[in-house]
Design a protein around this ligand. Sequence first.
Ligand SMILES: [Zn+2]
Length: 324
Amino acid sequence: MDKEYAIGIDLGGTFIKGGMVGLDGDVVYSTSIETQAETGPEGVIERMAGLGRAVAEGAGIEWGQVRCMGVGSPGPLNTTDGIVYSAPNLAGWENVPVVKMLEEKLGCCVTLENDANAAAYAENWAGAGKGASSMIMLTLGTGIGGGVVLNGDVWHGKDDAAGELGHMSINFDGPRCNCGGWGCIEAYASAPNTVRRALEGIEEGRQTSLKAVLDGGDQITAKGIYEAAVAGDQFAAETIEATGRYLGIAIASFVNIFNPELVVLFGGLAGAGEMIFGPARQEVARRAIKPGSYTVKIVPARLGKQAGIIGAAGCALRRLEISA
Ligand SMILES: [Zn+2]
Protein backbone atom coordinates (compact mmCIF):
# COMPACT_ATOMS: atom_id res chain seq x y z
CA MET A 1 0.00 0.00 0.00
CA ASP A 2 1.38 3.39 -0.93
CA LYS A 3 2.13 5.72 1.93
CA GLU A 4 0.62 8.85 0.46
CA TYR A 5 -0.09 10.91 3.55
CA ALA A 6 1.60 12.59 6.48
CA ILE A 7 0.07 13.76 9.73
CA GLY A 8 0.83 17.32 10.80
CA ILE A 9 0.56 18.30 14.46
CA ASP A 10 0.70 21.96 15.53
CA LEU A 11 1.41 22.17 19.26
CA GLY A 12 0.20 25.36 20.94
CA GLY A 13 -0.17 26.42 24.57
CA THR A 14 -3.99 26.23 24.45
CA PHE A 15 -4.84 23.95 21.52
CA ILE A 16 -3.17 21.15 19.58
CA LYS A 17 -4.20 21.08 15.93
CA GLY A 18 -3.84 17.98 13.82
CA GLY A 19 -4.41 17.21 10.17
CA MET A 20 -3.99 14.53 7.52
CA VAL A 21 -1.99 16.05 4.69
CA GLY A 22 -1.49 14.70 1.17
CA LEU A 23 1.78 14.76 -0.76
CA ASP A 24 0.83 18.06 -2.45
CA GLY A 25 0.13 19.83 0.84
CA ASP A 26 -3.63 19.39 0.61
CA VAL A 27 -5.41 18.93 3.94
CA VAL A 28 -7.70 15.90 3.79
CA TYR A 29 -9.02 16.25 7.33
CA SER A 30 -8.19 18.38 10.35
CA THR A 31 -9.33 18.79 13.92
CA SER A 32 -8.06 20.17 17.22
CA ILE A 33 -8.10 19.36 20.93
CA GLU A 34 -7.22 21.29 24.07
CA THR A 35 -3.56 21.06 25.03
CA GLN A 36 -4.25 20.69 28.76
CA ALA A 37 -0.71 21.90 29.42
CA GLU A 38 -1.23 21.32 33.16
CA THR A 39 -0.91 17.57 32.50
CA GLY A 40 2.81 18.12 31.79
CA PRO A 41 4.93 16.76 28.93
CA GLU A 42 3.84 13.12 29.44
CA GLY A 43 0.14 14.05 29.38
CA VAL A 44 0.41 16.42 26.42
CA ILE A 45 2.42 13.91 24.37
CA GLU A 46 -0.17 11.21 25.11
CA ARG A 47 -2.81 13.66 23.80
CA MET A 48 -0.72 14.34 20.68
CA ALA A 49 -0.49 10.60 20.00
CA GLY A 50 -4.25 10.27 20.51
CA LEU A 51 -4.83 13.19 18.16
CA GLY A 52 -2.66 11.50 15.51
CA ARG A 53 -4.81 8.36 15.71
CA ALA A 54 -8.02 10.44 15.72
CA VAL A 55 -6.88 12.30 12.60
CA ALA A 56 -6.27 9.02 10.77
CA GLU A 57 -9.68 7.74 11.84
CA GLY A 58 -11.44 11.01 10.96
CA ALA A 59 -9.78 11.06 7.53
CA GLY A 60 -10.72 7.41 6.96
CA ILE A 61 -7.10 6.58 6.23
CA GLU A 62 -5.42 3.42 7.47
CA TRP A 63 -2.32 3.76 9.57
CA GLY A 64 -0.38 1.83 6.91
CA GLN A 65 -0.93 4.67 4.45
CA VAL A 66 0.67 7.24 6.75
CA ARG A 67 4.30 7.86 5.84
CA CYS A 68 5.21 9.92 8.90
CA MET A 69 4.06 12.44 11.46
CA GLY A 70 5.53 15.92 11.82
CA VAL A 71 5.24 18.04 14.95
CA GLY A 72 5.49 21.83 14.89
CA SER A 73 6.36 23.11 18.33
CA PRO A 74 7.40 26.34 20.01
CA GLY A 75 11.11 26.30 20.80
CA PRO A 76 13.97 26.40 21.43
CA LEU A 77 14.32 22.86 20.19
CA ASN A 78 16.63 20.45 18.40
CA THR A 79 15.30 19.08 15.12
CA THR A 80 18.10 16.48 14.74
CA ASP A 81 17.54 14.84 18.14
CA GLY A 82 13.82 15.63 18.31
CA ILE A 83 14.04 17.39 21.65
CA VAL A 84 12.11 20.45 22.84
CA TYR A 85 14.48 22.29 25.19
CA SER A 86 11.76 24.52 26.63
CA ALA A 87 8.49 26.11 25.54
CA PRO A 88 7.27 29.44 26.92
CA ASN A 89 3.57 28.44 27.01
CA LEU A 90 4.10 24.89 28.23
CA ALA A 91 5.06 24.83 31.89
CA GLY A 92 7.44 22.08 32.97
CA TRP A 93 8.78 21.37 29.48
CA GLU A 94 12.49 20.89 29.84
CA ASN A 95 14.53 18.79 27.39
CA VAL A 96 11.50 16.73 26.36
CA PRO A 97 12.37 13.98 23.83
CA VAL A 98 9.14 14.52 21.87
CA VAL A 99 10.13 12.49 18.82
CA LYS A 100 11.29 9.41 20.78
CA MET A 101 8.20 9.46 23.02
CA LEU A 102 5.79 9.76 20.07
CA GLU A 103 7.58 7.12 17.99
CA GLU A 104 7.30 4.67 20.92
CA LYS A 105 3.59 5.36 21.26
CA LEU A 106 2.71 5.37 17.55
CA GLY A 107 5.27 3.09 15.89
CA CYS A 108 5.72 5.47 12.97
CA CYS A 109 8.44 7.91 12.00
CA VAL A 110 8.06 11.29 13.74
CA THR A 111 9.96 14.55 13.14
CA LEU A 112 10.11 17.85 14.99
CA GLU A 113 10.20 21.41 13.59
CA ASN A 114 10.00 24.89 15.06
CA ASP A 115 6.40 26.11 14.58
CA ALA A 116 7.27 29.36 12.78
CA ASN A 117 9.64 27.49 10.45
CA ALA A 118 6.90 24.92 9.77
CA ALA A 119 4.45 27.69 8.80
CA ALA A 120 7.05 29.26 6.51
CA TYR A 121 7.74 25.89 4.88
CA ALA A 122 3.99 25.40 4.35
CA GLU A 123 3.61 28.72 2.53
CA ASN A 124 6.58 27.80 0.32
CA TRP A 125 5.26 24.29 -0.33
CA ALA A 126 1.59 24.96 -0.90
CA GLY A 127 0.75 28.62 -0.23
CA ALA A 128 1.69 32.16 -1.22
CA GLY A 129 5.30 31.20 -1.91
CA LYS A 130 4.65 28.06 -3.95
CA GLY A 131 7.43 27.63 -6.47
CA ALA A 132 9.60 30.42 -5.03
CA SER A 133 13.24 29.36 -4.72
CA SER A 134 13.80 31.69 -1.76
CA MET A 135 11.30 33.04 0.69
CA ILE A 136 11.19 34.87 4.00
CA MET A 137 8.12 34.74 6.24
CA LEU A 138 7.27 36.99 9.17
CA THR A 139 4.57 35.90 11.59
CA LEU A 140 2.90 38.90 13.19
CA GLY A 141 1.23 38.44 16.55
CA THR A 142 2.03 38.88 20.23
CA GLY A 143 5.61 38.44 19.09
CA ILE A 144 7.12 38.41 15.63
CA GLY A 145 8.29 35.02 14.43
CA GLY A 146 10.04 34.19 11.24
CA GLY A 147 11.24 31.54 8.88
CA VAL A 148 13.73 31.42 6.06
CA VAL A 149 13.23 28.94 3.20
CA LEU A 150 16.13 28.63 0.77
CA ASN A 151 16.02 26.31 -2.25
CA GLY A 152 13.00 24.50 -0.83
CA ASP A 153 14.42 23.88 2.64
CA VAL A 154 14.07 25.63 5.97
CA TRP A 155 17.35 27.27 6.94
CA HIS A 156 17.98 25.99 10.50
CA GLY A 157 21.46 27.28 11.26
CA LYS A 158 23.90 25.33 13.43
CA ASP A 159 21.68 25.16 16.54
CA ASP A 160 18.18 25.29 15.00
CA ALA A 161 18.12 28.91 16.11
CA ALA A 162 18.07 30.61 12.68
CA GLY A 163 15.13 32.59 11.39
CA GLU A 164 14.50 34.71 14.50
CA LEU A 165 13.68 37.55 12.14
CA GLY A 166 11.57 39.40 14.71
CA HIS A 167 14.75 40.18 16.60
CA MET A 168 16.44 42.11 13.84
CA SER A 169 17.32 45.38 15.60
CA ILE A 170 16.25 48.52 13.79
CA ASN A 171 17.42 50.90 16.54
CA PHE A 172 20.54 50.30 18.63
CA ASP A 173 19.16 52.11 21.68
CA GLY A 174 15.48 51.40 21.03
CA PRO A 175 12.97 49.91 23.49
CA ARG A 176 13.85 46.73 25.39
CA CYS A 177 12.61 43.58 23.69
CA ASN A 178 11.31 40.33 25.22
CA CYS A 179 14.46 38.60 23.90
CA GLY A 180 16.66 40.79 26.09
CA GLY A 181 17.91 42.92 23.20
CA TRP A 182 17.04 46.50 22.27
CA GLY A 183 15.18 48.03 19.38
CA CYS A 184 14.16 44.72 17.77
CA ILE A 185 11.46 44.89 15.13
CA GLU A 186 9.25 42.94 17.59
CA ALA A 187 9.65 45.79 20.10
CA TYR A 188 8.00 48.13 17.55
CA ALA A 189 5.69 46.16 15.28
CA SER A 190 4.20 43.31 17.32
CA ALA A 191 0.54 43.72 18.26
CA PRO A 192 1.28 44.71 21.91
CA ASN A 193 3.95 47.19 20.79
CA THR A 194 1.63 48.72 18.20
CA VAL A 195 -0.78 49.27 21.11
CA ARG A 196 2.08 50.68 23.24
CA ARG A 197 2.89 53.26 20.55
CA ALA A 198 -0.80 54.23 20.34
CA LEU A 199 -0.97 54.67 24.13
CA GLU A 200 2.16 56.85 24.04
CA GLY A 201 0.57 59.03 21.36
CA ILE A 202 -2.60 59.42 23.41
CA GLU A 203 -0.48 60.30 26.44
CA GLU A 204 1.15 63.02 24.36
CA GLY A 205 -2.29 64.46 23.67
CA ARG A 206 -2.92 63.23 20.11
CA GLN A 207 -6.56 63.56 19.07
CA THR A 208 -8.12 60.16 18.43
CA SER A 209 -11.34 58.20 18.89
CA LEU A 210 -9.24 55.63 20.77
CA LYS A 211 -9.14 57.93 23.80
CA ALA A 212 -12.89 57.42 24.29
CA VAL A 213 -12.25 53.64 24.38
CA LEU A 214 -9.76 54.13 27.22
CA ASP A 215 -12.02 56.62 29.02
CA GLY A 216 -14.82 54.04 28.81
CA GLY A 217 -12.63 51.65 30.79
CA ASP A 218 -11.85 49.35 27.85
CA GLN A 219 -8.44 48.32 26.58
CA ILE A 220 -7.07 49.24 23.20
CA THR A 221 -6.12 46.34 20.93
CA ALA A 222 -4.21 46.27 17.63
CA LYS A 223 -7.44 45.16 15.95
CA GLY A 224 -9.27 48.09 17.57
CA ILE A 225 -6.65 50.52 16.25
CA TYR A 226 -7.02 49.08 12.76
CA GLU A 227 -10.82 49.36 12.93
CA ALA A 228 -10.55 52.99 14.09
CA ALA A 229 -8.21 53.66 11.16
CA VAL A 230 -10.67 52.14 8.69
CA ALA A 231 -13.39 54.34 10.24
CA GLY A 232 -11.28 57.40 9.38
CA ASP A 233 -9.26 58.04 12.56
CA GLN A 234 -6.08 59.76 11.37
CA PHE A 235 -3.95 58.94 14.41
CA ALA A 236 -5.02 55.27 14.30
CA ALA A 237 -4.09 55.11 10.59
CA GLU A 238 -0.67 56.65 11.32
CA THR A 239 -0.11 54.08 14.08
CA ILE A 240 -0.87 51.10 11.81
CA GLU A 241 1.11 52.60 8.92
CA ALA A 242 4.08 53.06 11.26
CA THR A 243 3.89 49.31 12.03
CA GLY A 244 4.13 48.71 8.28
CA ARG A 245 7.07 51.12 8.01
CA TYR A 246 8.97 49.46 10.87
CA LEU A 247 8.40 46.07 9.23
CA GLY A 248 9.62 47.50 5.92
CA ILE A 249 12.84 48.75 7.52
CA ALA A 250 13.60 45.24 8.79
CA ILE A 251 12.49 43.62 5.52
CA ALA A 252 14.91 45.91 3.61
CA SER A 253 17.74 44.28 5.58
CA PHE A 254 16.37 40.78 4.90
CA VAL A 255 16.27 41.69 1.20
CA ASN A 256 19.90 42.78 1.35
CA ILE A 257 20.95 39.58 3.13
CA PHE A 258 18.91 36.98 1.24
CA ASN A 259 17.72 38.65 -1.99
CA PRO A 260 14.50 36.60 -1.60
CA GLU A 261 11.96 36.15 -4.33
CA LEU A 262 9.19 36.67 -1.83
CA VAL A 263 8.47 38.04 1.63
CA VAL A 264 5.27 36.63 3.14
CA LEU A 265 3.50 38.29 6.06
CA PHE A 266 1.31 36.07 8.21
CA GLY A 267 -1.00 36.62 11.17
CA GLY A 268 -3.04 39.35 12.86
CA LEU A 269 -1.84 42.68 11.48
CA ALA A 270 -1.05 41.20 8.05
CA GLY A 271 -4.85 41.33 7.72
CA ALA A 272 -4.66 45.15 7.73
CA GLY A 273 -3.85 44.92 4.02
CA GLU A 274 -2.46 47.96 2.22
CA MET A 275 -2.24 49.96 5.44
CA ILE A 276 0.63 47.61 6.38
CA PHE A 277 1.86 46.44 2.98
CA GLY A 278 1.99 49.90 1.33
CA PRO A 279 4.38 51.52 3.85
CA ALA A 280 6.40 48.27 4.11
CA ARG A 281 6.94 48.18 0.33
CA GLN A 282 7.82 51.89 0.33
CA GLU A 283 10.55 51.42 2.94
CA VAL A 284 11.98 48.42 1.08
CA ALA A 285 12.04 50.43 -2.17
CA ARG A 286 13.78 53.33 -0.38
CA ARG A 287 16.30 51.30 1.60
CA ALA A 288 17.17 47.94 0.04
CA ILE A 289 19.86 47.53 -2.58
CA LYS A 290 18.87 47.17 -6.23
CA PRO A 291 17.78 45.00 -7.96
CA GLY A 292 16.52 42.99 -4.92
CA SER A 293 14.62 46.06 -3.71
CA TYR A 294 12.28 46.05 -6.68
CA THR A 295 12.18 42.38 -7.68
CA VAL A 296 11.05 41.23 -4.21
CA LYS A 297 7.33 40.64 -3.77
CA ILE A 298 5.80 41.35 -0.35
CA VAL A 299 2.55 39.45 -0.04
CA PRO A 300 0.07 38.09 2.53
CA ALA A 301 0.15 34.42 3.54
CA ARG A 302 -2.49 32.16 2.00
CA LEU A 303 -2.88 29.10 4.20
CA GLY A 304 -4.21 30.80 7.33
CA LYS A 305 -4.41 28.77 10.50
CA GLN A 306 -3.72 25.50 8.69
CA ALA A 307 -0.17 26.56 7.82
CA GLY A 308 1.09 24.96 11.06
CA ILE A 309 -0.23 21.47 10.34
CA ILE A 310 0.59 21.60 6.62
CA GLY A 311 4.14 22.72 7.40
CA ALA A 312 4.69 20.15 10.16
CA ALA A 313 3.62 17.39 7.76
CA GLY A 314 5.62 18.89 4.89
CA CYS A 315 8.81 19.20 6.93
CA ALA A 316 8.42 15.55 8.02
CA LEU A 317 8.04 14.40 4.39
CA ARG A 318 11.00 16.54 3.33
CA ARG A 319 13.20 15.19 6.13
CA LEU A 320 12.41 11.61 5.12
CA GLU A 321 13.16 12.45 1.49
CA ILE A 322 16.56 13.90 2.40
CA SER A 323 17.51 11.00 4.67
CA ALA A 324 16.36 8.37 2.15
ZN1 LIG B 1 14.18 40.93 20.38
